[in-house]
Design a binder for this molecule. Structure first.
Ligand code: FMN
Length: 307
């Protein structure tokens, strides 16, 4: 699956990822409080691309109360599953008690999951970390609290909150988690340093996970979904050509323009395009041009210099 990535996994990026083999995707994180209040920006995050047949919607909330109040609005969007963010390390979120702050309060994740389960049969998923820091590793206890309350899917980002996104993910934790829930029917996803198709195979083979979420590994490289499936199904895979990378980047840009308008699209696409062209000979000059481009034509001109 394509992991939730705030600022990235909008409907255009999800469409690109799905077209290249992702079996599913998670929305950007959505504030339960914002949803409960009917915020337009919040609801825009829930829109799907035409034909998007399934979408896991991720909520962040410090407690069950805003989640309860958000349910009416949320259910109008018929999410395929509802995921609770217990991993976000950003101070603005953590300060409120949401995101990775929930790792310090396992009973609260139970309350949140139960609040959803009381309202709907839609599967509930929880995405969490190893613990708050290296001296408070509690992912098994935390996962137990979520599952006892009714969660059917778990995604472990195998880092602590203190690690943020740096340092290496402790992938052995995947094995511990999969052994712990062996035979339980809980669907287990791996997250953390998923940068190659081999990383996915290892998580699903050696470590016994049911699936993986590609996050930073998919930014500028949505081909990773196809590569991972090819590796799984045929034992090998090939990398995209430069032409395909540029064509896909342009298609992504066009979808963004269609969905959000040229101004927003050009601004939001810079970070994606920089990632698409990374490593292509001549990319540093193109990066400068992309950095200052404000129209579709200027963006495309910059990309075309790399063909
Ligand atoms: C820019 C960025 C935004 C992210 N946004 C979210 C988010 O909204 N919700 C969430 O659960 N995780 C979020 N994550 C975490 C990723 O989903 C993933 O768990 C993490 O990047 C570890 O995977 P990786 O090492 O393979 O990138 C974000 C990560 C990054 C880098």
């Amino acid at each position: 699956m394509l992991a939730p990535l705030a600022g990235y996994t909008d409907k255009a990026f999800r469409q690109i990822a799905r077209s290249l083999g992702a079996d599913g995707a998670v929305s950007e994180m959505v504030s339960a409080e914002g949803l409960a209040r009917g915020g337009e920006k919040t609801e825009a995050l829930l829109e799907r691309f035409p034909g998007e047949d399934r979408l896991v919607v991720q909520l962040f909330a410090p407690s069950d109360d805003p989640v309860r109040r958000a349910m009416d609005r949320l259910l109008e969007y018929a999410p395929t599953a509802i995921d609770i963010n217990c991993g976000c390390p950003v101070p603005k979120v953590v300060k409120t008690g949401a995101g990775s702050a929930l790792m310090q309060d396992p009973p609260m994740i139970g309350r949140i999951v139960r609040a959803i389960k009381e309202r709907t049969d839609i599967p509930v998923s929880v995405k969490f970390r190893l613990g708050w820091d290296s001296s408070s590793i509690n992912y098994i206890e935390f996962a137990d609290a979520a599952v006892e309350a009714g969660a059917e899917m778990l995604t472990l980002h195998a880092r602590t909150r203190a690690q943020g996104y740096s340092g290496t993910a402790d992938k052995k934790a995947f094995r511990k988690l999969s052994r712990h829930f062996s035979g339980s029917g809980v669907l287990l996803f791996a997250s953390g340093d998923m940068f190659t198709p081999q990383d996915a195979m290892q998580a699903m083979g050696e470590y016994g996970m049911d699936g993986v979420m590609f996050a930073r590994g998919a930014i500028g490289n949505p081909f990773i979904f196809r590569e991972a499936k090819d590796l799984r199904d045929t034992g090998s895979y090939s990398l995209p050509s430069t032409a395909e990378r540029i064509d896909t980047a342009m298609h992504h840009l066009d979808l963004m323009i269609e969905y959000f308008g040229e101004g927003i699209a050009c601004r939001e696409m810079r970070k994606h395009l920089m990632a698409y062209i990374k490593g292509i000979p001549g990319s540093s000059r193109a990066k400068n041009a992309i950095g200052s481009a404000t129209t579709r034509q200027e963006m495309k001109q910059a990309l075309n210099t790399l063909r």
